[in-house]
Design a protein around this ligand. Structure first.
Ligand SMILES: Cc1cc2nc3c(=O)[nH]c(=O)nc-3n(C[C@H](O)[C@H](O)[C@H](O)COP(=O)(O)O)c2cc1C
Length: 177
């Protein structure tokens, strides 16, 4: 039988998804949930886990490549595990207005993985910091000159995290484990 251990994994370019994943891990640890926290790239197999939380930010309307590869690589195991998804996306002064559109985009990206049936999908605000842009985005003047912003709402993220132990222990998935 699997122990009740959750994997919290994330893809990131500029670090904000990693920070959210660390926050999620801290909150769940306080709730007594056994877990491991690792970047998507460093996960070899999912045998030890009874549930997954993945942070998969949107870049140019697509899930970060590391998250896409994680979902492809572990498709077989993931199909039998409860999985919760969070994604940082909208940022800047229009983040709240953009959220609906971005949520739709996120849903479309996730349905490309036809076997994936997340128990929860949470859009969280994104952080933008021109100093953290990587190649090739750091070559784009409009991006380099754009103001820094952080639309992450930690209280909202915290209340989502508190719903996770129940969602990830979904009876259907327990029956399959
Ligand atoms: C070049 C670039 C493209 C982006 N494309 C999108 C996008 O298509 N949709 C979206 O909602 N957010 C987009 N974002 C916002 C990021 O998803 C957001 O800043 C997120 O917090 C970044 O996560 P990270 O710091 O973990 O890499 C983009 C950001 C950059 C810098």
């Amino acid at each position: 039988m699997k122990e009740n251990k959750i994997l919290i994994t994330y893809a990131t370019m500029s670090g904000s998804t990693q920070e959210i994943a660390e926050f999620v891990a801290n909150e769940l640890t306080h709730l007594g949930q056994p877990l491991e926290l690792r970047p998507c790239r460093e996960v070899n197999d999912l045998k030890a886990f009874s549930g997954i939380v993945i942070g998969a930010p949107l870049y140019m309307f697509h899930l970060h490549k590391d998250a896409q590869r994680f979902l492809q690589r572990h498709q077989k195991s993931l199909a039998d595990l409860p999985i919760a998804v969070f994604a940082g996306g909208p940022y800047g002064p229009n983040a709240a207005q953009d959220a609906l559109e971005v949520h739709k985009n996120l849903g479309e990206e996730l349905t490309k993985f036809t076997w994936l049936k997340p128990v929860s999908v949470q859009l969280v605000g994104g952080r933008f910091d021109p100093a953290r842009l990587r190649f090739p985005y750091n070559l784009i003047p409009a991006l380099k000159q754009a103001p820094a912003s952080d639309a992450r709402n930690w209280e909202e993220i915290r209340s989502w995290v508190h719903s996770l132990p129940t969602l990830l222990a979904h009876p259907l998935h327990q029956a399959l484990a």
